[in-house]
Design a binder for this molecule. Sequence first.
Ligand code: SAM
Length: 338
Amino acid sequence: MAMASNALHHPLHQSISLKYPHLSHISRFSPSCLRFTSLRFPSTIRATSAVALEPELSTQQNQAIFACPVCYEPLIRKGPPGFNLPAIYRSSFKCKKCTKTYSSKDNYLDLTITAGMKDYTEINPVRTELFRSPLVSFLYERGWRQSFNQSGFPGPDEEFEMAQEYFKPARGGLLVDVSCGSGLFSRKFAKSGAYSKVIALDFSENMLRQCYDYIKQDDTISTTNLGLIRADVSRLPFASGSVDAVHAGAAMHCWPSPSNAVAEICRVLRSGGVFVGTTFLRYSSTTPRIERPFRERISRNSNFFTEEEIEDLCSTCGLTNYSKKVQQTFIMFSAQKP
Ligand SMILES: C[S@@+](CC[C@H](N)C(=O)[O-])C[C@H]1O[C@@H](n2cnc3c(N)ncnc32)[C@H](O)[C@@H]1O
């Protein structure tokens, strides 16, 4: 205890607390952690050099948060401790079983199965690939997302409040914002202080870059307790039953396989954990019957579902307590892991 309180008054600790307030909690003031005070975080930080510089700083904390997307074994982390963007960025993660190593790229940790592959490439459906483009990622919060209001989406502030209501049983836990896009809702969840950790996760590299830029520009958002992860919603890099809340805003219609994704979400949720999603309906109960065949035809190549199909999907994947709110073709639904 004496050592800890001395370290608190250590000039190096005081200077890092002033300069990087979000890092001051990290070290827990053990002597070895004081080495961490000499780290600097330039605007573009490089993971590889950090890992090489400090191989001795392996963590006890957070080892079990991430799991290998190939075999779901917990990943062993090497690097500075703490759950925040710089610490995660400077860490490398290894699966002992697959001997595969995962590290960060452009400020996000890549936990896709294809991470590190050199020759293999895979073609995803257009609805997934569209959001990997730099232009769409740039435009997303600059008009694209606002256009959803025409279909009945209430807008980010109201959608966030509605989701928060559903997430009450998950307060204080780990929230994963799957398909976070540029982080519109991840930032709100992180700022709310309602969760111990928030993970902004998406498949699109460019959305994650955009997400990082918004976080950096926002002085009111602390990067503490916020992680940026690239992953496929159908192969989530978390152990079974380890997540308290999963949010998927305006996302289900973009996934290559919504059924694989919802099954995967159910796998990672703990008992009592909550899933909240929003999407566009193919049509709603108020859509005139004469209009429905037309809507069926135009949505033949996309994953726009009916209210009944979404409820069926959630319950077939093992989720209960299904609830929904519908406005025009906007639906917010919630379901819980029994
Ligand atoms: C319309 S955006 C939604 C962004 C944000 N959640 C919102 O509410 O505005 C859909 C997102 O789904 C992501 N996505 C598509 N396929 C995915 C997959 N297989 N795994 C994870 N995310 C995926 C896209 O990259 C895109 O960022």
